[in-house]
Design a protein around this ligand. Structure first.
Ligand SMILES: Cc1ncc(C[n+]2csc(CCOP(=O)(O)OP(=O)(O)O)c2C)c(N)n1
Ligand SMILES: [Mg+2]
Length: 788
């Protein structure tokens, strides 16, 4: 931790911080004002922005960024304080006026901090409240992991992971899921600084919440630092009568405190005297003050007191215990709507901005100048240059570089052909083979880290875990093993383990995948994170999955078992929408193999694709359904491109069956019968409607943009079929995943797949019920051939 740094020549440190604080308040307010009132608005749509939310957190961010944070620290900033962060980076010379003036515009600074769009200065994107806060816990866990595995240089300074959170974020359940998980993993080096303005979007928070948070955090092993009153209020409380005044403020309901803040000094006086006019002590404190002075005193909360904030942060920095700061603030502090319950999206009017501008001593035409309105400019400039966080983390900046992990041309594989097994079991076996860590795959196995929300064994990660061990910062024994009680699974854990076992909360899986999937950028080492989850419960964590993809995290998600094929596991566990999620989710390439030879190709591709600049995260949808594994030679490129002909159609064929995933056997059986009537028919294995669709869209784009010969893979695949041929498609998922195939060449698609769910039974019953068995496929073929 940096020591208290020397006093600047000619300037007190706190005065310099106060000048910066003022500058940030101005720039953030102006950025939003400019976006809404100054620049042209072509479509009349509300632009928006949160001046009050920014004002609330300006002091906290000043204290952190200009005093406490070190270059290696990583920060998640509450979404609606984005303008403050842009302004901070501007003062550090890392943000441009053009981007700030284009806040919320195409190519401009983002409404909510975005790694992908704002660039290297943003450590974590935020936007969906709660997720960024929790992500810091998992980023810290990942840092512990890579350090324990010596994947990073031990000399690299350890980062603290800091979330600057809105208090309403504490309403999000994922916060508590993360707290529990963080406790289990004894996570260190995390700070959550809560901008405790007791206001959310709609309103002021109930008073009963007060006191709840402290207990919750302490129970989870956190230090809680409550920063309630600023130094001026504290010294007033220390005077005769001060304890009555303190009692009164302590008891003042949140909504009344907010309303009085908005109303100002006269209202404060009236309210205090209504209750305590007889108290000579209280009167001796407030009577000498003007209305403006009284208002300033009564709103002197610690979250706006730079001295209190910096002292508290410095004290906490002495240990690595996770720490929550509850910093009391006023939403809209310093702005005309301070404290008003409706101020969340409130904005200064043009007239109010004129008054504010004069108050900030900003001249017209100089609104964006870095030091406009500040006295002692050279001292402040020197101060900003000397700030620890202003020093570059590396010569290249805040984004680190990682060596790629070399993936062998073919993954080590168990013998598969001829065996009766599922894709889920195949996944477990291939991963276990990689886990032998011999020869070419040694580097690969060293960089893989698996994780699962309490379904490691039931998703076949067991053999890998037995080889590679469970990760924990502390070595913990396996009681069953030590007691020689028979168990197939080793659960002892130690710092060398390569599986991170999570509790059942799926959002935590996606947050951890997100954090681990950024290790190349944040920690300078490439991890290949593999997370397994029951496919239906992807829905449970979908926002966090979306969030991980939005940040361009790179990981492999394995959803298994899936569809209605998990039959007796019960109707509630069936996933029918996931193939569609796989198509629509950007930065996530999704695949569903039917057989383990395809799986082996796709798994290898995933480890490669995750590492490519143009690549993405990958999702494999697998099944527990047993199938006799074919002995055959596959075209790996075709499997990766999304489809391959199992039986190529005769040129000009009238019909083909296309299947995806677990329903292969039904499609093959139907195809056998179809071929008796239609000898030229084809059988297509679809491994990724996502890739096929994306390729088709891309070719359309290229053709529009002057490359008329551009052709997509799926266009080439379907070309041998007659122009108005029928394509009977089937998958264990919503049929809309295939229905679009008819638009590719104008062929007729009969798409089969469960569009209802919820019955349990065996596969035979369910495939009949949801019309994806061989006879349903044949019926569809017959209908297609008849209705030409
Ligand atoms: C998951 C999610 N739900 C809703 C929103 C819309 N929203 C944005 S900010 C906000 C309230 C935030 O209140 P708080 O965290 O206390 O921040 P403050 O502005 O008071 O600092 C809401 C509901 C969101 N961004 N994300
Ligand atoms: Mg709030």
């Amino acid at each position: 931790m940096n020591e208290i740094r020397p006093i600047l020549p000619g300037m007190e440190r706190l005065d310099a911080l106060a000048a910066v604080e003022r500058k940030l308040l101005w720039l953030a307010s102006w950025m939003i004002h400019n976006a809404n009132h100054i620049r042209p608005n072509r479509d009349g749509l509300k632009v928006g922005g949160h001046q009050a939310s920014c004002a609330s957190v300006v002091s906290i961010m000043t204290a952190l960024y200009f005093e406490v944070l070190r270059p290696q620290d990583r920060v998640a900033v509450k979404p609606h304080a984005s303008p403050v962060l842009h302004a901070i980076n501007y003062l550090f010379g890392r943000q441009s006026v053009e981007k700030m003036a284009a806040l919320r515009q195409f190519g401009g600074a983002q409404a909510y901090p975005s790694r992908a769009k704002d660039g290297a200065e943003i450590d974590f994107s935020t936007g969906s409240v709660g997720l960024g806060v929790a992500l810091t816990t998992f980023a810290s866990l990942v840092q512990d992991y890579v350090r324990a595995h010596k994947l990073v240089d031990a000399a690299m300074p350890k980062a603290r992971h800091v979330a600057i959170a809105g208090d309403a974020e504490l309403d999000e359940g994922n916060i508590y899921e993360a707290l529990l998980e963080g406790w289990k993993h004894d996570v260190r080096d995390v700070w959550w600084v809560v901008d405790y303005n007791r206001q959310s979007l709609d309103s002021v928070m109930p008073d009963r919440l007060f006191g709840r948070f402290e207990g919750l955090f302490r129970d989870m092993g956190w230090k809680v630092v409550s920063l309630k009153y600023g130094r001026r209020l504290q010294s007033a409380f220390a005077r005769p009568g001060g304890s009555s005044l303190r009692g009164w403020v302590d008891e003042c309901p949140n909504s009344m405190y907010s309303a009085l803040t908005f109303q100002g000094g006269a209202a404060w006086r009236q309210a205090i005297l209504a209750d305590m006019s007889k108290s000579r002590g209280v009167r001796s404190i407030i009577d000498p003050l003007s209305d403006a002075e009284l208002a300033a005193l009564m709103t002197n909360l610690a979250g706006h007191d730079l001295g209190t904030l910096t002292e508290a942060f410095r004290a906490a920095a002495q240990s690595d215990q996770p720490t929550c700061f509850l910093a009391y603030t006023i939403k809209g502090m310093g702005l005309p709507f301070a404290g008003h319950k409706d101020n969340h999206a409130g904005m200064m009017t043009v007239d109010q901005m004129d008054v504010f501008k004069a108050l900030m001593k900003v001249r017209n035409g100089h609104e964006w100048d870095r030091f406009e309105g500040l006295e002692q400019r050279p001292a402040i400039e020197r101060f900003i240059d000397s700030v620890p966080y202003a020093q570059p983390l590396t010569p290249q900046g805040r984004r680190l570089q990682a060596e790629p992990v070399v993936i062998p041309a073919a993954l080590p594989q168990p013998k598969i052909a001829g065996r009766k097994m599922s894709t889920q079991a195949g996944f477990g076996e291939i991963l276990s083979e990689i886990g032998r860590a011999e020869g070419e795959s040694a580097a690969l196995s060293r960089h893989i880290v698996t994780m699962s929300p309490d379904v490691a064994v039931s998703t076949n990660l067991g053999p890998w875990i037995n080889r590679r061990g469970v990760f924990d910062r502390h070595t913990r024994d396996d009681v069953f093993r030590d007691g020689k009680l028979a168990s197939a699974q080793r659960w002892g854990s130690n710092p060398d383990g390569q599986h991170i076992e999570l509790g059942i909360a799926e959002q935590n899986l996606f947050l951890l995948l997100g954090a681990a999937g950024l290790s190349h950028d944040l920690l300078g080492t490439r991890l290949l994170p593999v997370g397994t989850v029951y496919d239906p419960f992807v829905n449970r964590g979908h926002d966090a999955l979306f969030y991980a993809c939005y940040q361009d995290a790179r990981f492999l998600l394995v959803g298994t078992p899936s569809g209605i094929t998990l039959a007796p596991e019960g109707g509630q566990h069936q996933s029918t929408n996931t193939p569609l999620l796989g198509i629509v989710q950007d930065r996530l390439a999704s695949f569903e193999p039917a057989y383990c030879d395809e799986l082996a190709i796709l798994l290898r591709h995933a480890f490669d694709w995750m590492q490519r600049p143009e690549g993405s995260a990958v999702w494999l949808r697998l099944s527990t359904r047993l199938a006799v594994q074919p002995e055959r030679q596959l075209d790996a490129e075709a499997v990766i491109s999304g489809a391959h002909w199992v039986q190529a159609p005769a040129p000009g064929a009238r019909i083909a069956i296309a299947y995806q995933g677990a329903v292969a056997a039904e499609a093959e059986q139907a195809f056998k019968e179809l071929r008796i009537e239609e000898p030229g028919a084809g059988l297509l294995a679809i491994t990724s409607p996502d890739k096929l669709y994306a390729g088709w869209r891309e070719a359309q784009r290229q053709r529009r943009n002057g490359a008329p010969q551009a052709q997509s893979y799926i266009e080439a695949v379907l070309a041998p079929l007659q122009r108005d041929a029928a394509l009977v498609s089937v998958l264990d998922g919503h049929p809309a995943a295939h229905a679009w195939l008819g638009a590719v060449r104008g062929q007729r698609v009969m798409a089969l797949g469960p569009d209802h769910f919820g019955q349990s039974g065996d596969v035979t019953d369910l495939y009949r019920e949801y019309e994806i068995d061989a006879s349903a496929i044949l019926d569809a073929c017959a209908e297609a051939l008849l209705n030409r």
